[in-house]
Design a protein around this ligand. Structure first.
Ligand SMILES: [Zn+2]
Length: 387
């Protein structure tokens, strides 16, 4: 006789959670716990206090079947094909010297650049899953405002030799997406806290409450709405991660763009314009204050080490409930707008998650690396002379 397994399974022992880790289980739980607020489908005029309401300024019919397309990651063979197609395509309108000065001295290189900068939320928005129907949540990239903004920036920076139309659109898209992704991090953080509070028999609608408190500026934070300042800083820092790799065309472009963005935060609305306080390591202090606001205890960051959580746990990129490539992301626009956008950004998902572009930049890369080696040799020679 065949013996049965001796060890009982985790399920038999009652050690498996009955609610699993997928998003639909989470959504069902949030709704059951009354932590959500039913909202409208985004296909007709919406209330201005709902996510996206302000960006759309009401009356913008956009959930047409042709006008909303989900940006998916490319398969390996599709990516290979794309690289093959663009392997001889060299971005135009750039000067090597401008790129070199952006790489070596970004501050002075972009000083003359005068941009009419717009906040990310004028071209995109995040619809939280706390506002069902749940098939509507995600990041919405509004292609028409993005194209218009890109056109204006291109006109304003044409003479600088720093950006080609394609590279500038990639940089704008990356910045805007990462700003919106931060709003997902905040919602993920609030959800984590909501779940923990519920285990203590004290379920509280932290997220909905936070949105309202933020709108009414109840915390009187000098950089309110703090979430927007941090979202701008998060996007800026995400660009910084890319510019840390070996010097080349991309790192030089990123440095120039990052500097230009930081120079122009001041023209953005309240909160957004205060991002400079939270760029780089300042992010931790801002995130600690935001945790205090989420918990409706803004002064608790001085009594308990919320900064430790902000630094090591959340809201960090790793604490997102859905990772960047997988978050539902909608490109919203007419078929003509989407087509034009695609000529500028052939792989949107890869562009906004990794700043991938398929172009041939080896000429620029070689120039920048040679220049860097030359400078290094010059410095070494000067050092030998002076010692
Ligand atoms: Zn925002």
């Amino acid at each position: 006789m065949k013996r049965q397994a001796v060890n009982p399974t985790l399920g038999e022992l009652g050690l498996l959670p009955r609610i699993d880790a997928d998003m639909s289980s989470l959504f069902a739980w949030l709704e059951g716990a009354k932590l959500t607020r039913q909202a409208q489908v985004l296909d007709h005029e919406i209330e201005s206090d709902l996510p996206g309401g302000r960006a759309l300024a009401g009356g913008f019919a956009f959930a047409q079947s042709t006008g909303r397309r989900q940006a998916q990651p490319l398969r390996t063979d599709e990516l290979k094909e794309l690289k093959e197609k663009f392997k001889d395509y060299v971005p135009q309108g750039l000067t090597k010297e401008a790129l070199w000065s952006a790489a070596s001295e970004p501050r002075s290189a972009v000083r003359a650049l005068s941009w009419e900068k717009l906040p990310a939320d004028a071209m995109a928005f995040y619809r939280p899953f706390h506002f069902p129907p749940f098939d509507q949540w995600g990041i919405y990239l509004l292609v028409q405002p993005l194209l218009r903004y890109h056109h204006d920036l291109m006109t304003q920076s044409h003479a600088s030799g720093l950006f080609s139309p394609e590279t500038l659109m990639h940089l704008v898209l990356f910045e805007v997406f990462n700003h919106e992704f931060f709003h997902h991090l905040v919602e993920s953080t609030a959800t984590t806290l909501e779940i923990i509070l519920a285990t203590q028999g004290d379920p509280q609608p932290l997220y909905l409450r936070h949105r309202q408190a933020q709108r009414l500026n109840e915390f009187k934070h000098p950089h309110a709405p703090l979430e927007e300042a941090l979202a701008n800083a998060y996007a800026y820092n995400a660009l910084g991660f890319i510019s840390r790799v070996k010097l080349g065309f991309k790192t030089a472009s990123v440095k120039a763009y990052q500097r230009a963005v930081a120079n122009h935060w001041k023209v953005e609305p309240a909160g957004y314009c205060d991002a400079g306080h939270y760029a780089g390591s300042g992010y931790v202090d801002g995130a600690a204050a935001l945790l205090g606001e989420l918990l409706s205890q803004p002064d608790q960051m001085n009594k308990v080490p919320l900064a430790s959580i902000a630094k090591n746990v959340m809201p960090s990129g790793f604490s997102a409930f859905v990772a960047k490539p997988d978050i539902p992301t909608w490109l919203v626009g007419s078929p003509e707008e989407l087509k034009l956008f695609e000529t500028l950004v052939p792989a949107p998902n890869e562009a906004y998650t990794q700043l991938f572009w398929p172009y041939n930049t080896s000429l620029y890369d070689q120039f920048l690396q040679a220049k860097q080696a030359e400078e290094k040799a010059k410095r070494a020679a000067a050092k030998t002379r002076s010692s």
